[in-house]
Design a protein around this ligand. Sequence first.
Ligand code: AMP
Length: 412
Amino acid sequence: MIPAIRGTHDILPGEIERWQHAEQVIRDVCARYGYREIRTPVIEREELFAKGTGETTDIVQKEMYAFKDKGGERVTLRPEATPSMVRAYVEHALEQALPTVKLFGFGPMFRYERPQKGRYRQFHQLDVEVFGVSDATLDAEVIEMAAALVHGLGIEEAELVVNSVGCRECRPGFSRALLEALGERRADLCADCRRRSETNPLRIFDCKVPACQPIVDALPHSTDYLCEACAAHFAATTAQLTALELDYRVSHRLVRGLDYYARTTFEVLGSALGAQNALLGGGRYDGLVRQLGGPDRAGIGFAAGMERLVLAMPEGAGAPVPDAFVVALGETARPAAHVLARDLRHAGVTTLVDYDARSLRAQMKRADRSGARRVLILGDDELARGEVTVKDMESGEQAAVARAEVVQRMSG
Ligand code: AMP
């Protein structure tokens, strides 16, 4: 037996229905907010992420599945979707093709991380991006849609946290304030944080090492160092979140691990997930499109972990419930029962049928286990009378229905 690669996983029947349900809910919600689907390749040039995600990020430095292809080109399996979305937006001049560029996509991402519950090396994300709109009403709309998605999946225990990390103008001042506040204590930080303090001090907020926590908790807050424009943007965003009646918490620790964020950042945390509790995260990235060779356009978006959404969904969500289970009794009735099943399916009725010619009791047991709403019994007697016995599994009521009418009754 050759097992699956560590950190990858199969999605089997029984579980796939939850995924399909999640994808369906997400597609419906995205459509209602004006988003269009896009599918980009899982393999891209390595430099797209070095430039886009950022040279100093853990993702680029440690986690990429990058290699030289047979033509000698440096390529990588994508570790995240945003740079690909930006590339596609620029490459196809989508702002000319679409009235507002609101995009969403699903697909696998690859990061060489240490696998644990809720953390994989191949995992799946929903990615949502909007290009060309700078106004704070959009920040609030995107955040509200993220919350609506989580709610739509039946996940009740979730917390929304927001922050602003400022822009290119005001962030250097905040980074300096962080280093000043750290002062002597820099030497007490973990090795990763000492490295971060040199490359990108904001990242220190991402640290999970217990010994660093008291130091990190005492650091200044980015929202106290925002320039006037960023402060106004953050105030407008939070005011609109309140107008949209969303519960949220401002968390100064929320800086997120990627380089391109500017101004608004947000996450939705699921309380039932343990250590890997972020269901989704995102923010504004106004300089990124330009940095990747496009026009100077604003951008904002988020990525949700599909594995984590599916894990947090309530039990039974998306479980397929057949409308009908056809029980065939007797040798003459069996072929006719399969014709009935075909007619029901063609009329849009989800129908299961038994193939084993077993006893009524055994077939009823299977019908019950399938969760079918109604059982249609077709025996030689019914066949002779031109009828079908229909049993409503919820009420237990049973009635004879003319074969000529049963399909219409079931689909009506
Ligand atoms: P990120 O792209 O790192 O901002 O992550 C966005 C979301 O993707 C997170 O909130 C998680 O739900 C999910 N995610 C990130 N990394 C992993 C992983 N290794 N395994 C499973 N889900 C992940």
